[in-house]
Design a binder for this molecule. Structure first.
Ligand code: NAD
Length: 266
């Protein structure tokens, strides 16, 4: 069976950890070369790069902070320099700095918006510029695909996380607007919105039995998600099979956005 991303090249921001690492592995298993962005420690990206290279694709780690304009531009340029072109951007890097709104500092607000919203824009803009320059390559249906990592909190309000929810809500409108603006260049912009997925970002919830039970109450499907639940749908969104999909977000959440509080009520 042919691999759906054979010969494609990708950059995954925050590609060395959690959901990003699972996406890196999945894209590579589907035949894509992957540039793995790391932020503070190059070790995991290097190890992951060596691991996926054994499967026959090219890989390298690229350091950078998505919230810094020069880093965002350089990461895309390094991907193009190493692989010859860039077909796929997975704009995945994100952070949480939680606090009740009344206690949240301006720095805590700004930092999360800088990484989770401005960072997504800066890397997307840099990739889109390259997509336009390279055009639709041979054997490809689009000039490039941008997948933005959103969250169910682009539509579900989240007390104690005003900065995070505001950033993800912004990502939703950014996706739609970029998709509208870039479609004429045959660039697709799509979102993926996970529910609760077991990673470092939320370890203190799923790592605690009581909190994990409370969380499961919010998930009609009855289980907390795994990183691979997200990676498969992302690789499909990146492929030509999804060529007519743009400006929309796919929810991968076990039904978390289906108002679970209404089950058996009303
Ligand atoms: P994670 O902490 O394992 O991964 C976050 C990644 O972002 C890390 O690789 C980290 O190095 C990187 N990063 C942080 N700041 C950065 C910066 N300034 N520049 C570049 N990279 C930076 O957590 P995760 O759960 O895998 O999160 C990945 C994405 O998924 C985030 O955007 C997060 O909001 C989103 N998400 C996660 C869940 C979940 O339940 N885990 C749910 C919805 C959305």
């Amino acid at each position: 069976m042919s691999k759906r991303l054979e010969g494609r090249t990708a950059l995954v921001t925050g590609g060395d950890s959690g959901i990003g690492a699972a996406i890196t592995r999945e894209l590579a298993s589907q035949g894509a070369d992957v540039a793995i962005n790391w932020h503070s420690d190059n070790g995991p990206a290097q190890e992951l790069g060596e691991e996926i290279s054994r499967g026959g694709v090219r890989a390298f780690g690229v350091g950078g902070d998505v919230s810094k304009e020069e880093d965002a531009t350089r990461m895309v340029e390094e991907t193009v320099a190493r692989f010859g072109r860039i077909d796929i951007l997975i704009s995945n890097a994100g952070i949480q700095i939680d606090a009740p709104a009344l206690e949240m500092t301006a720095d805590e607000w700004r930092k999360v918006l800088d990484v989770n919203l401005t960072g997504q824009f800066l890397v997307a803009r840099a990739a889109a510029r390259h997509f336009i320059e390279q055009g639709v390559g041979e054997g490809r249906r689009s000039a490039g695909v941008i997948v933005c990592m959103s969250s169910v909190h682009d539509v579900v309000p989240w007390a104690g996380h005003a900065n995070y929810a505001a950033a993800k809500g912004g990502v939703d409108m950014m996706i739609k607007t970029l998709a509208q603006e870039l479609a004429k260049h045959r660039i697709r912009v799509v979102g993926i919105a996970p529910g609760a997925i077991k990673t470092d970002i939320n370890k203190e919830v799923w790592g605690d039995e009581e909190k994990a039970d409370e969380l499961r109450e919010l998930i009609p499907y009855g289980r907390i998600g795994e990183v691979d639940d997200v990676a498969g749908p992302v690789s499909w969104l990146c492929s030509d099979e999804a060529d007519y999909v743009t400006g929309t977000t796919l929810y991968v959440d076990g039904g978390m956005t289906l108002y679970p509080g209404f089950i058996g009520n009303g």
